[in-house]
Design a protein around this ligand. Structure first.
Ligand SMILES: Nc1ncnc2c1ncn2[C@@H]1O[C@H](COP(=O)(O)OP(=O)(O)OP(=O)(O)O)[C@@H](O)[C@H]1O
Length: 252
């Protein structure tokens, strides 16, 4: 089972940003979306979420997935999680299920929201307001909100950008677990190629507004491609424990 984009193209005004991006997003797997600044990663996620006008289509199991039906299946976490709020972290997470919340929110639902916060080490802050926590804690709260929607397709735009190394691992380990156990297709736009190599089942690389390659990390993250797409000289090593180690050496 998979979600898929078919020939997604986006233009802002007269400027084309993405051309004919066709990508399969298997259920139970994490897809890493990589590419240099401004290549269109966020734009592709927004188009898939129905938030940016585009041509082309999306399917789920080969059936067309119209924008109106995406709302129930898709959760999207934007790149900018800086917005504060006088809502508590628990309330922010609960908003993930806004469409189904009644006037009175059940204790079970509140507990479920608080469990998610606890998974990210935020239990002690669950009654704190969003404008009184750190940038990384806000990012984790928005991630918990996206997960609380219980989507089949979870799209995250640089979800670990504000996080320390331990929390980066916690987030990706959680995503890996949830993708398999809850049968979710996860797409993550990210710049950290080592995280992509470690956690993504497939890596999709955008270049010049097009899909340059999609495959396993060793297939996609080659020194040649990093030079051509990112303009860097990189050392790519396959270690004995089957890990890919990528060191950016210099900008070309
Ligand atoms: N609302 C907009 N109006 C016009 N141009 C836009 C708009 N949003 C983004 N762009 C442009 O579209 C291109 C793709 O932007 P996008 O944010 O998708 O890139 P990205 O790959 O996510 O970049 P980054 O890695 O820097 O976050 C960029 O050239 C950007 O300037």
């Amino acid at each position: 089972m998979s979600f898929a984009t078919h020939n997604i193209s986006v233009r802002y005004g007269r400027t084309p940003v993405l051309q004919d991006v066709s990508l399969s997003l298997p259920i139970g797997q994490i897809t890493g979306l990589i590419g240099p600044n401004g290549v269109g990663k966020s734009t592709l996620l927004k188009a898939m979420a129905g938030l940016a006008p585009c041509t082309g289509e999306m399917t789920f199991d080969s059936s067309p997935l119209h924008v109106s039906s995406r709302r129930d299946m898709v959760a999207y976490m934007p790149q900018d999680s800086s917005a504060g709020s006088s809502l508590t972290l628990t309330e922010v997470v609960l908003l993930g299920r806004l469409a189904t919340l009644g006037i009175r929110v059940s204790d079970d639902l509140i507990q479920a929201a608080q469990h998610l916060l606890a998974d990210f080490g935020l239990a002690h802050l669950s009654h704190r307001t969003l404008d009184a926590v750190s940038g990384g804690q806000r990012q984790l709260t928005y991630l918990a909100q996206a997960l609380f929607r219980q989507p089949r397709l979870l799209m995250l735009d640089e979800p670990t950008a504000a996080l320390d190394l331990r929390h980066q691992l916690v987030v990706f380990e959680t995503l890996q677990h949830l993708a398999k156990s809850k049968q979710i297709a996860v797409v993550v736009a990210l710049h950290d190629l080592s995280l992509a190599a470690q956690f993504c089942d497939q890596v999709a690389c955008l270049s010049n507004g097009q899909l340059d390659a999609c495959g396993t990390a060793p297939q996609v993250l080659t020194a040649d491609r990093l030079e051509r797409v990112y303009g860097i000289q990189a050392d790519v090593q396959h270690s004995t424990d089957n890990r890919l180690r990528i060191t950016a050496i210099k900008a070309i």
